[in-house]
Design a protein around this ligand. Structure first.
Ligand code: AHG
Ligand code: MN
Ligand code: MN
Ligand code: MN
Length: 361
């Protein structure tokens, strides 16, 4: 049958969320609308990432090859590609910033225009954004519009991370609405701009993964009910910081490499994009750590839009997330851009690091 070659009944992300919602008769579709605006942002950034130079730097592309104004479009692509993979002379520093800024603008506009948000916190904006009362809805969104920006120039996977809170009182909104522990989030997710573009979402009822079908422009459910393996064979950390680690972190990584219980050593995987490192950890199992060190006593990653959403997803997938002191989702942030160490991944692997910190006390 010709039809056998095609799946004709597709679970799109919108259909999936509408299904979820039908279990709650009181819901009015606000979350579905908010999510569709987030999805639009992800598709926009995905598209921009895939043609990063053509989109953003027509003038810098033109100069190194001294092209005339009548240049055929195909040469633009070649020039763009050459620059992208670092063959076209001077390097950038600028690019990633521009893509960070572009992604931020895309998400801020998509979120405000949904009419369903009231407070936005973005990595790229120093202050929180309070949505104009005329466009205000009941959700607060915290997000990292472009995560892993050091990987843009070499074409390695990058992403967007988001977490969603519900406001207490729409007519009386303050920063306290987002300075909430991660366990109060109503949903969290990320989109990875890799091969392919993947959106992973939890609304507090398990974790589901969707893959963008570019020909349809739709995210299709491809990874239903993701569960992280109970123990993993991989660990993921920037080992270049080892000289400044605290004892539990140093002991843990030593154990990964030289296990004393007869088990095999773990393999090291580190991409340097949290989205990609966490995505692999979620699917294959293992542990991702960005610990404290003597230089950065709170680690590097941001509580609201990096640590919380990823910790939420990990717990929903059966894993754990720990800060070195407590369950990550119990942390109560006092500043919107606050940082925290984090250890997240397979249940048993996180148990081990927890035991090492407990032994310190
Ligand atoms: P961002 O690009 O949003 O600033 O985040 C970068 C983060 C995160 O993606 C990654 O896990 C971490 O930086 C890597 O840091 P190191 O280069 O210190 O390993
Ligand atoms: Mn980030
Ligand atoms: Mn970022
Ligand atoms: Mn950054």
């Amino acid at each position: 049958h010709a039809a056998d070659a095609h799946r004709t009944d597709l679970m799109t992300i919108t259909r999936h969320v509408l299904n979820e919602q039908s279990k709650h008769p009181e819901s009015k579709g606000d979350f579905t609308i908010l999510l569709s605006h987030i999805v639009l942002g992800c598709k926009f950034v995905c598209s921009a990432v895939n043609k990063v130079l053509l989109f953003l730097f027509p003038s810098t592309i033109a100069s190194p090859i001294a092209i005339s104004t009548s240049i055929p479009p195909c040469l633009f692509s070649q020039a763009g590609l050459a620059k992208l993979i670092g063959l076209a002379g001077e390097t950038n520093g600028e690019e990633q910033k521009k893509l960070d800024v572009l992604s931020n603008q895309v998400f801020v506009k998509a979120l405000i225009s949904s009419g369903r948000t009231c407070v936005l916190v973005s990595e790229e904006d120093e202050e929180a954004t309070f949505v104009d009362p005329s466009l205000r809805g009941k959700y607060c969104v915290v997000f990292d519009p472009l995560d892993g920006s050091s990987n843009i120039d070499c074409g390695v996977s990058i992403g967007t991370i988001f977490g969603i809170y519900m406001v207490k009182d729409k007519d009386n909104v303050s920063l306290d609405d987002v300075l909430q522990p991660g366990k109060h989030m109503v949903a969290a997710g990320y989109c990875m701009y890799g091969s392919p573009c993947t959106l992973v979402l939890s609304t507090g009822n398990g974790v589901n993964g969707f893959t963008l079908d570019p020909s349809l422009g739709e995210f299709i459910l491809t990874h239903p009910d993701i569960k992280i393996p109970k123990r993993g064979k991989l660990y993921s950390v920037n080992e270049g910081n080892a000289k400044n680690w605290d004892t539990p972190t140093a002991k843990f990584v030593e154990k990964c490499k030289f296990p004393k219980d007869g088990s095999s050593p773990k393999s090291l995987r580190y991409i340097g994009s949290m989205v990609a490192d966490v995505h692999r950890t979620l699917l294959y199992g293992g542990i991702f750590l960005y610990p404290a060190d003597k230089q950065s006593p709170n680690g590097k990653l941001r509580v609201l839009y990096e640590v919380f959403p990823m910790s939420f997803l990990m717990e929903q997938a059966g894993g754990q997330a720990f800060t070195g002191e407590q369950r990550a989702l119990d942390l109560v942030p006092t500043k919107i851009h606050q940082r925290s160490p984090v250890f997240l991944g397979s249940y048993d692997d996180v148990e081990e690091i927890k035991a090492l910190y407990a032994a310190e006390e």
